[in-house]
Design a protein around this ligand. Structure first.
Ligand SMILES: Nc1nc2c(ncn2[C@@H]2O[C@H](COP(=O)(O)OP(=O)(O)OP(=O)(O)O)[C@@H](O)[C@H]2O)c(=O)[nH]1
Ligand SMILES: [Mg+2]
Length: 332
């Protein structure tokens, strides 16, 4: 979507945000955006799809591509999540490789290279979670980066940030603005993503389910939105003489949490519906702040055995087959 009549000073840059699961990619994206668009939990593999997050600073558009954390796993859904990350680098001007300072550092570079197979285009290393490491300035990060360049020669420079405190994030924003090329913006003013509100509704429900549920259960759930009756515009109506504003009418959303087994359904529902109620209440607040109005959220739990191996379900969840996908699909 190219927009006509753009300002002559307009610039744009597309940047992927890559790294292992849980290193803080989505937290970093949210910090730059200034609000919680992307889902964040303390569990690895929270993000499952790649998507654009758009920021405008003066006349510069920065398109951040949040991606799932790359990891070794032979399951079909995990292969497809890795593929999303690999696709996330296509067409980007800069790739940000996030490395968690609170974990073993060099291993993260080797594992990243092993999974991505090839080197990237231009790469900037972003060491994250500086707030978790005492005296991180004393770490020999220059040496680490020099060694990492033997694996990934595309590395140009590095930053050390904390998304929790916001430390040094402005240095990356400034550097990206400097790299942006003159040209039209890809998104109209006000657009924040290439994904729909429906996508984020499902994400915000899954985020709460991920946070509340324990052990393996978060990895065996998915969320689909069956109905999104957007009633925001119905709050406005034209009176005989002038436009009057009625009290806002709630938007109606019906969504399902898919689980693998019937026993999991009982856990997600909880005693007297307590768990699903908690997931729904927390998610609704975030959905309401996104849509800017009241929302009625109708949540169900559906048993969908092996949904994470089912091509139809995975495609519906925005995870098309990967180059190393298995060939045989279970029918829906
Ligand atoms: N202390 C601290 N915690 C952080 C920081 N950045 C992220 N976290 C925490 O790290 C955890 C993972 O953060 P995410 O942003 O979801 O990480 P991610 O890389 O997007 O993870 P996946 O989507 O699973 O690949 C969450 O509990 C965050 O609150 C940071 O700078 N400091
Ligand atoms: Mg994430």
């Amino acid at each position: 979507m190219l927009i006509e009549h753009q300002h002559p000073s307009n610039k744009s840059i597309m940047v992927s945000v890559l790294g292992a699961p849980n290193v803080g990619k989505s937290s970093f994206v949210n910090n730059l955006m200034g609000f919680d668009l992307s889902v964040v939990t303390n569990k690895p593999q929270t993000t499952r799809n790649k998507f654009h997050c758009v920021i405008n600073i003066d006349h510069t558009e920065i398109i951040l591509v949040d991606t799932p954390g790359v990891h070794v796993n032979k399951k079909e859904i995990n292969k497809r999540m890795n593929e999303q990350a690999k696709e996330g680098v296509q067409g980007t001007d800069i790739n940000l490789l996030l490395i968690d300072l609170s974990k073993e550092i060099f291993k993260q570079f080797t594992e990243f290279k092993d999974i991505m197979k090839t080197d990237l285009n231009r790469t900037w290393v972003v060491f994250t979670k500086t707030d978790k490491v005492e005296d991180f300035e004393k770490l020999p990060l220059d040496e680490v980066v020099e060694k990492a360049k033997t694996l990934l020669p595309s590395i140009e420079k590095f930053f050390s940030i904390s998304s929790k405190t916001g430390d040094n994030i402005h240095l990356i924003t400034g550097a990206l603005c400097d790299e942006a090329q003159s040209g039209p913006h890809l998104y109209t003013d006000g657009a924040v993503s290439n994904k729909s509100e429906r996508f984020f509704v499902a994400e915000y429900i899954r985020e709460q389910a991920f946070s509340i549920l324990k052990e393996e259960l978060p990895y065996e759930i998915a969320v689909t939105v069956e109905e999104f009756m957007d009633n925001r515009k119905k709050g406005f109506s034209k009176g005989a003489a002038e436009r009057t504003i009625k009290p806002s009418i709630a938007s109606m959303i019906s969504a399902s949490i898919l689980v693998n087994r019937a026993s999991q359904r009982a856990i997600v529902v909880g005693s007297k519906g307590s768990v699903i109620k908690e997931i729904g209440t927390r998610a609704r607040k975030k959905i309401e702040s996104m849509v800017g109005g009241q929302v009625h959220l109708n949540l169900h739990v559906k048993v969908s055995p092996n949904w994470f191996k089912n091509n139809f379900v995975l495609e519906e969840l925005g995870l098309p087959r990967a180059t190393d996908s298995s060939r045989v699909w279970r029918k829906k």
